[in-house]
Write a protein that binds this ligand. Structure first.
Ligand SMILES: [Zn+2]
Ligand SMILES: [Zn+2]
Length: 338
Protein backbone atom coordinates (compact mmCIF):
# COMPACT_ATOMS: atom_id res chain seq x y z
CA UNK A 1 0.00 0.00 0.00
CA UNK A 2 2.80 2.34 0.99
CA UNK A 3 4.60 1.57 -2.32
CA UNK A 4 1.53 2.46 -4.37
CA UNK A 5 1.21 5.74 -2.53
CA UNK A 6 4.87 6.56 -3.18
CA UNK A 7 4.45 5.79 -6.90
CA UNK A 8 1.32 7.93 -7.09
CA UNK A 9 3.24 10.71 -5.40
CA UNK A 10 6.14 10.48 -7.87
CA UNK A 11 3.76 10.40 -10.85
CA UNK A 12 1.85 13.44 -9.68
CA UNK A 13 5.14 15.25 -8.94
CA UNK A 14 6.20 14.51 -12.53
CA UNK A 15 2.89 15.77 -13.92
CA UNK A 16 3.31 18.95 -11.88
CA UNK A 17 6.89 19.41 -13.21
CA UNK A 18 5.70 18.97 -16.79
CA UNK A 19 2.97 21.59 -16.44
CA UNK A 20 5.47 23.80 -14.61
CA UNK A 21 7.83 23.57 -17.57
CA UNK A 22 4.99 24.24 -19.97
CA UNK A 23 4.08 27.28 -17.94
CA UNK A 24 7.33 28.77 -19.14
CA UNK A 25 5.94 29.23 -22.65
CA UNK A 26 7.48 32.66 -23.31
CA UNK A 27 4.26 34.39 -24.26
CA UNK A 28 0.98 32.61 -23.51
CA UNK A 29 -1.68 32.82 -26.16
CA UNK A 30 -4.87 32.77 -24.12
CA UNK A 31 -8.35 31.93 -25.32
CA UNK A 32 -11.14 34.32 -24.21
CA UNK A 33 -12.31 33.96 -20.63
CA UNK A 34 -14.99 31.30 -20.33
CA UNK A 35 -17.68 31.46 -17.68
CA UNK A 36 -17.31 28.35 -15.54
CA UNK A 37 -19.75 29.51 -12.82
CA UNK A 38 -21.83 32.64 -13.32
CA UNK A 39 -21.90 34.99 -10.33
CA UNK A 40 -25.19 35.59 -8.50
CA UNK A 41 -26.34 38.04 -5.80
CA UNK A 42 -25.09 35.62 -3.13
CA UNK A 43 -22.09 33.79 -4.69
CA UNK A 44 -19.03 34.91 -6.64
CA UNK A 45 -18.55 33.41 -10.10
CA UNK A 46 -15.54 31.71 -11.70
CA UNK A 47 -14.02 32.34 -15.18
CA UNK A 48 -11.29 30.21 -16.78
CA UNK A 49 -8.95 30.55 -19.79
CA UNK A 50 -6.23 28.36 -21.28
CA UNK A 51 -3.05 29.03 -23.25
CA UNK A 52 -3.53 27.64 -26.75
CA UNK A 53 0.22 26.90 -27.02
CA UNK A 54 1.10 25.22 -23.72
CA UNK A 55 -2.22 24.50 -22.08
CA UNK A 56 -1.46 26.76 -19.09
CA UNK A 57 -4.66 27.29 -17.21
CA UNK A 58 -5.89 30.39 -15.32
CA UNK A 59 -8.91 31.11 -13.15
CA UNK A 60 -10.39 34.37 -11.91
CA UNK A 61 -13.23 34.99 -9.48
CA UNK A 62 -16.02 37.34 -10.53
CA UNK A 63 -17.68 39.70 -8.05
CA UNK A 64 -21.20 39.18 -6.77
CA UNK A 65 -23.76 40.82 -9.06
CA UNK A 66 -27.12 42.54 -8.55
CA UNK A 67 -30.30 40.56 -7.87
CA UNK A 68 -31.82 38.76 -10.81
CA UNK A 69 -35.60 38.86 -10.70
CA UNK A 70 -38.15 36.48 -12.16
CA UNK A 71 -41.11 38.02 -13.98
CA UNK A 72 -43.75 40.04 -12.12
CA UNK A 73 -46.81 37.98 -11.16
CA UNK A 74 -50.22 38.82 -9.71
CA UNK A 75 -49.99 38.44 -5.91
CA UNK A 76 -53.47 38.66 -4.49
CA UNK A 77 -52.70 39.97 -1.00
CA UNK A 78 -55.56 41.85 0.68
CA UNK A 79 -57.95 42.02 -2.28
CA UNK A 80 -60.06 45.16 -1.84
CA UNK A 81 -57.20 47.01 -0.12
CA UNK A 82 -54.36 46.53 -2.63
CA UNK A 83 -55.53 46.98 -6.22
CA UNK A 84 -53.40 45.43 -8.99
CA UNK A 85 -50.84 44.06 -6.56
CA UNK A 86 -47.84 42.27 -8.13
CA UNK A 87 -44.66 40.71 -6.87
CA UNK A 88 -41.39 39.50 -8.34
CA UNK A 89 -38.80 37.33 -6.60
CA UNK A 90 -35.03 37.17 -6.92
CA UNK A 91 -34.02 33.86 -8.52
CA UNK A 92 -31.24 33.32 -5.99
CA UNK A 93 -32.01 34.98 -2.64
CA UNK A 94 -35.00 35.88 -0.45
CA UNK A 95 -35.29 39.41 -1.81
CA UNK A 96 -38.50 40.32 -3.59
CA UNK A 97 -40.24 43.48 -4.80
CA UNK A 98 -43.89 44.45 -4.88
CA UNK A 99 -45.89 47.07 -6.73
CA UNK A 100 -49.54 48.00 -6.92
CA UNK A 101 -51.82 50.43 -8.74
CA UNK A 102 -53.54 51.61 -5.58
CA UNK A 103 -53.77 50.94 -1.86
CA UNK A 104 -56.95 51.86 0.01
CA UNK A 105 -55.62 53.44 3.17
CA UNK A 106 -58.97 54.45 4.63
CA UNK A 107 -60.70 51.46 6.21
CA UNK A 108 -63.68 50.68 8.38
CA UNK A 109 -64.97 47.67 10.29
CA UNK A 110 -67.97 45.36 10.07
CA UNK A 111 -69.14 43.70 13.30
CA UNK A 112 -68.84 39.89 13.36
CA UNK A 113 -69.25 38.66 16.93
CA UNK A 114 -68.52 39.57 20.51
CA UNK A 115 -67.06 37.71 23.45
CA UNK A 116 -68.30 38.32 26.97
CA UNK A 117 -66.10 37.78 30.00
CA UNK A 118 -68.53 35.86 32.20
CA UNK A 119 -65.68 35.25 34.67
CA UNK A 120 -65.64 38.96 35.47
CA UNK A 121 -65.84 38.18 39.19
CA UNK A 122 -62.20 37.07 38.94
CA UNK A 123 -61.27 40.67 38.12
CA UNK A 124 -59.58 39.85 34.84
CA UNK A 125 -61.25 42.47 32.71
CA UNK A 126 -58.46 43.96 30.67
CA UNK A 127 -58.61 42.69 27.08
CA UNK A 128 -55.27 42.14 25.40
CA UNK A 129 -53.99 39.63 22.84
CA UNK A 130 -56.23 37.59 20.60
CA UNK A 131 -56.47 35.88 17.24
CA UNK A 132 -59.03 34.55 14.78
CA UNK A 133 -58.48 31.38 12.74
CA UNK A 134 -61.59 31.50 10.54
CA UNK A 135 -63.63 29.30 12.92
CA UNK A 136 -62.82 30.43 16.44
CA UNK A 137 -61.98 33.78 17.91
CA UNK A 138 -59.55 33.57 20.84
CA UNK A 139 -59.18 36.44 23.30
CA UNK A 140 -56.92 36.90 26.34
CA UNK A 141 -58.27 38.69 29.39
CA UNK A 142 -55.88 39.82 32.13
CA UNK A 143 -56.00 41.25 35.67
CA UNK A 144 -54.95 44.91 35.83
CA UNK A 145 -51.93 43.96 37.97
CA UNK A 146 -51.07 41.18 35.45
CA UNK A 147 -51.05 38.61 38.27
CA UNK A 148 -53.31 36.30 36.28
CA UNK A 149 -55.11 35.89 32.99
CA UNK A 150 -57.15 33.43 30.96
CA UNK A 151 -58.17 32.95 27.36
CA UNK A 152 -61.63 32.61 25.87
CA UNK A 153 -62.56 30.68 22.71
CA UNK A 154 -65.61 31.86 20.83
CA UNK A 155 -66.92 29.52 18.13
CA UNK A 156 -68.29 32.11 15.75
CA UNK A 157 -70.76 29.68 14.11
CA UNK A 158 -72.38 28.34 17.27
CA UNK A 159 -71.61 31.25 19.57
CA UNK A 160 -70.34 28.81 22.20
CA UNK A 161 -67.70 30.37 24.47
CA UNK A 162 -65.30 28.39 26.68
CA UNK A 163 -62.56 29.62 29.00
CA UNK A 164 -59.12 28.32 29.94
CA UNK A 165 -57.89 27.86 33.50
CA UNK A 166 -56.29 31.04 34.84
CA UNK A 167 -52.51 31.41 34.52
CA UNK A 168 -50.05 34.26 34.99
CA UNK A 169 -49.04 35.28 31.44
CA UNK A 170 -47.83 38.85 32.01
CA UNK A 171 -49.52 41.32 29.70
CA UNK A 172 -50.72 38.50 27.36
CA UNK A 173 -50.27 41.09 24.63
CA UNK A 174 -50.75 38.94 21.55
CA UNK A 175 -51.91 35.53 20.35
CA UNK A 176 -51.48 33.49 17.19
CA UNK A 177 -52.93 30.23 15.84
CA UNK A 178 -50.67 27.39 14.63
CA UNK A 179 -52.69 25.16 12.28
CA UNK A 180 -50.08 22.35 12.10
CA UNK A 181 -50.34 21.88 15.87
CA UNK A 182 -53.96 23.02 16.25
CA UNK A 183 -52.70 25.16 19.11
CA UNK A 184 -52.91 28.81 20.04
CA UNK A 185 -49.96 30.66 21.49
CA UNK A 186 -50.04 33.53 23.98
CA UNK A 187 -47.12 35.95 24.14
CA UNK A 188 -46.59 37.63 27.53
CA UNK A 189 -44.90 40.69 25.94
CA UNK A 190 -41.61 39.71 27.56
CA UNK A 191 -39.74 36.44 27.05
CA UNK A 192 -42.41 33.77 27.45
CA UNK A 193 -44.88 32.12 25.11
CA UNK A 194 -47.63 29.73 26.25
CA UNK A 195 -49.27 27.03 24.14
CA UNK A 196 -52.91 25.92 24.46
CA UNK A 197 -54.92 23.27 22.67
CA UNK A 198 -57.05 25.23 20.19
CA UNK A 199 -60.15 23.04 20.79
CA UNK A 200 -60.14 22.44 24.54
CA UNK A 201 -57.99 25.38 25.75
CA UNK A 202 -56.00 22.89 27.81
CA UNK A 203 -52.60 24.32 28.71
CA UNK A 204 -49.77 22.46 26.92
CA UNK A 205 -46.42 24.14 27.64
CA UNK A 206 -44.49 27.36 27.93
CA UNK A 207 -41.25 28.34 26.14
CA UNK A 208 -38.60 30.89 27.03
CA UNK A 209 -37.34 33.27 24.33
CA UNK A 210 -33.89 34.88 24.27
CA UNK A 211 -35.34 38.37 23.65
CA UNK A 212 -38.46 40.29 24.60
CA UNK A 213 -41.25 39.89 22.07
CA UNK A 214 -44.27 42.17 22.36
CA UNK A 215 -46.41 40.66 19.61
CA UNK A 216 -46.15 37.48 17.57
CA UNK A 217 -47.61 35.88 14.47
CA UNK A 218 -47.19 32.36 13.06
CA UNK A 219 -46.36 32.11 9.33
CA UNK A 220 -47.88 28.90 8.00
CA UNK A 221 -46.29 29.38 4.55
CA UNK A 222 -42.76 28.76 5.85
CA UNK A 223 -43.21 27.55 9.44
CA UNK A 224 -41.67 30.62 11.07
CA UNK A 225 -42.87 33.30 13.46
CA UNK A 226 -42.81 37.05 13.03
CA UNK A 227 -42.32 39.00 16.25
CA UNK A 228 -42.29 42.65 17.20
CA UNK A 229 -39.82 43.79 19.92
CA UNK A 230 -41.62 46.29 22.12
CA UNK A 231 -41.95 50.05 22.57
CA UNK A 232 -38.22 50.32 23.28
CA UNK A 233 -37.09 47.81 20.64
CA UNK A 234 -38.84 48.72 17.41
CA UNK A 235 -37.57 45.73 15.49
CA UNK A 236 -39.40 43.03 13.56
CA UNK A 237 -37.82 39.63 14.22
CA UNK A 238 -38.14 36.38 12.28
CA UNK A 239 -38.00 33.27 14.49
CA UNK A 240 -37.86 29.65 13.43
CA UNK A 241 -40.30 27.06 14.77
CA UNK A 242 -38.09 26.55 17.86
CA UNK A 243 -37.95 30.31 18.51
CA UNK A 244 -34.36 30.78 17.34
CA UNK A 245 -33.98 34.33 16.03
CA UNK A 246 -33.05 33.94 12.34
CA UNK A 247 -33.63 37.43 10.92
CA UNK A 248 -34.65 40.97 11.74
CA UNK A 249 -35.25 44.45 10.33
CA UNK A 250 -35.97 47.82 11.91
CA UNK A 251 -39.42 49.32 11.70
CA UNK A 252 -39.36 52.27 9.32
CA UNK A 253 -42.34 53.88 10.96
CA UNK A 254 -42.23 53.77 14.73
CA UNK A 255 -45.16 55.18 16.61
CA UNK A 256 -46.27 53.40 19.75
CA UNK A 257 -46.11 49.89 21.09
CA UNK A 258 -47.65 47.42 18.69
CA UNK A 259 -50.95 46.01 19.89
CA UNK A 260 -50.58 43.05 17.64
CA UNK A 261 -48.93 41.68 14.55
CA UNK A 262 -49.96 39.38 11.74
CA UNK A 263 -48.34 38.31 8.51
CA UNK A 264 -48.80 36.50 5.23
CA UNK A 265 -46.27 35.28 2.67
CA UNK A 266 -45.65 38.83 1.38
CA UNK A 267 -46.10 41.33 4.21
CA UNK A 268 -45.91 41.89 7.97
CA UNK A 269 -48.80 43.93 9.41
CA UNK A 270 -48.35 45.75 12.74
CA UNK A 271 -51.32 47.14 14.64
CA UNK A 272 -50.87 50.48 16.45
CA UNK A 273 -53.31 52.60 18.41
CA UNK A 274 -51.66 56.02 18.86
CA UNK A 275 -53.52 58.58 20.97
CA UNK A 276 -54.21 61.60 18.76
CA UNK A 277 -56.30 64.64 19.81
CA UNK A 278 -57.76 62.86 22.81
CA UNK A 279 -58.83 59.69 21.04
CA UNK A 280 -57.32 56.43 19.88
CA UNK A 281 -56.49 56.15 16.24
CA UNK A 282 -56.02 52.73 14.73
CA UNK A 283 -53.23 52.12 12.22
CA UNK A 284 -52.01 49.04 10.40
CA UNK A 285 -48.41 49.55 9.29
CA UNK A 286 -47.18 47.31 6.47
CA UNK A 287 -43.59 46.21 5.83
CA UNK A 288 -42.26 43.54 3.51
CA UNK A 289 -39.90 40.85 4.85
CA UNK A 290 -36.92 42.71 3.41
CA UNK A 291 -37.68 45.59 5.78
CA UNK A 292 -39.19 47.98 3.25
CA UNK A 293 -41.99 50.20 4.51
CA UNK A 294 -45.00 49.76 2.21
CA UNK A 295 -48.02 51.67 3.57
CA UNK A 296 -50.01 52.75 6.62
CA UNK A 297 -53.72 51.95 6.72
CA UNK A 298 -56.05 54.07 8.88
CA UNK A 299 -59.07 52.40 10.43
CA UNK A 300 -62.07 54.41 11.40
CA UNK A 301 -63.47 52.98 14.66
CA UNK A 302 -66.51 55.19 15.07
CA UNK A 303 -66.77 54.74 18.83
CA UNK A 304 -63.12 55.57 19.52
CA UNK A 305 -62.57 52.27 21.34
CA UNK A 306 -59.16 50.67 21.34
CA UNK A 307 -58.20 47.87 18.97
CA UNK A 308 -56.21 45.12 20.67
CA UNK A 309 -55.32 42.45 18.13
CA UNK A 310 -55.26 41.71 14.43
CA UNK A 311 -55.55 38.52 12.34
CA UNK A 312 -55.51 37.82 8.63
CA UNK A 313 -57.49 34.97 7.03
CA UNK A 314 -57.60 34.51 3.24
CA UNK A 315 -56.54 38.08 2.53
CA UNK A 316 -59.04 39.59 4.97
CA UNK A 317 -58.14 41.44 8.19
CA UNK A 318 -60.02 40.76 11.41
CA UNK A 319 -59.62 43.09 14.34
CA UNK A 320 -60.70 42.85 17.98
CA UNK A 321 -62.00 46.05 19.53
CA UNK A 322 -62.61 46.68 23.23
CA UNK A 323 -66.10 47.85 24.00
CA UNK A 324 -67.18 48.61 27.59
CA UNK A 325 -66.54 45.70 29.98
CA UNK A 326 -67.11 42.82 29.89
CA UNK A 327 -67.28 42.74 26.09
CA UNK A 328 -64.84 42.65 23.22
CA UNK A 329 -65.95 42.52 19.58
CA UNK A 330 -64.45 40.84 16.53
CA UNK A 331 -64.83 42.77 13.29
CA UNK A 332 -63.77 42.29 9.69
CA UNK A 333 -61.85 45.18 8.17
CA UNK A 334 -63.28 46.63 4.95
CA UNK A 335 -62.49 49.58 2.68
CA UNK A 336 -64.28 52.67 4.00
CA UNK A 337 -66.94 53.58 3.24
CA UNK A 338 -67.81 49.95 2.57
ZN1 LIG B 1 1.62 29.15 -22.86
ZN1 LIG C 1 -30.92 38.17 -4.86
Amino acid sequence: MKKILVIVFILSALAFTVSCAEEKCTEHLFSDWNVKTAPTCIDTGLDTRECEKCGFFEERTVDIVDHSFDEWYADDVLPGIFIGHERRDCKFCDLYETKFEEVKTKLGVVYLTRTENTLESQGMNSRQGGCYNGSNYYQAFIAEDESSSFIAKNNIKTGEVIFSEPRAMGHANDMTYIPELNQVLVCDSETKVFFYDADTLEFIKECELSKNIGAISYNAHNNTYTGYGNSKDKTIYILDENFNFIGQFPMKETMKTAQGICSDATYVYSLYTPFVDGRHECHIIIHDYNGNYIATLNLSLSNGYEAENLSIIDGQFYIAVCTPNPFVTLNSVVPYPS
